[in-house]
Design a protein. Sequence first.
Length: 271
Amino acid sequence: MNRFAFLVLYSVMAGSRAAQQPATPAFEVASVKPSPNDFAAEGVSTSPDGSVRFTRFQVRTLITIAYGSEGIQRFDQLIGAPPWLSVDRFDIVAKAGSDSGTQTGPSRLPLMLRSLLRDRFRLRVHTETRQLPAYALVLTRRDGRPGPQLRESTVECPTGPASDAEPDRWCGIRTSGGVMTGRGASTGLLAGNLSGKIEVDRFVTDRTGLTGRYDFRLEYASVLQQSPDAVAAAQPSLFTALTEQLGLRLQSETVTRPVLVIDSVERPTPN
């Protein structure tokens, strides 16, 4: 086979493969506008018609949602991001096509967001791995005994969502102000929850060696409390509370994590 014939055959085969591959999920229509509301929190809502609304979202938040399946969970995993990605906020209303195969859903939404970021924000990225500062959640006592507020759980966790008739029948972790409450929760779940705390601001890996489920109550001084009263102001830091109340501590370490390098990104063009 001469070189020309080979190139023709290769082009036909490549075109056939491309035709067989499903198109990247994308919204059929999308409105992207700067958010006029300076006080509302970031929020997401969906409608029966397949549309989804993002209110006051920063672009960096949209990127972490879009690339979460690749291990991008925190903003410090975004490398080369211009400052406006963490300042400017946008209201986005997007709607999937009428074809049931393109409806929004938990598994398709991130891919559809990637398409929106690529088309409207001209986002171009590539992934790498880098060493990042992190914490290991470890036991404080050498004998492996937990603190006074960390107790083995006997709660029977519901197999589905808690019903309105049983609002107190739940398992997991809930946070309100400077109080974190756990019911039937693993230390792995606690580590993941701590990773999202502004007071910690690093990845947290569970290295306690504890394999059970636990109930706990952790009270600490939250930096998010706008006007702390005298009682709240007297609370220990989150790091101190972990040690004194749960018998755990955060030990510095370095971990290898994926990062998303932003090659280019632009503010969206007007609708």
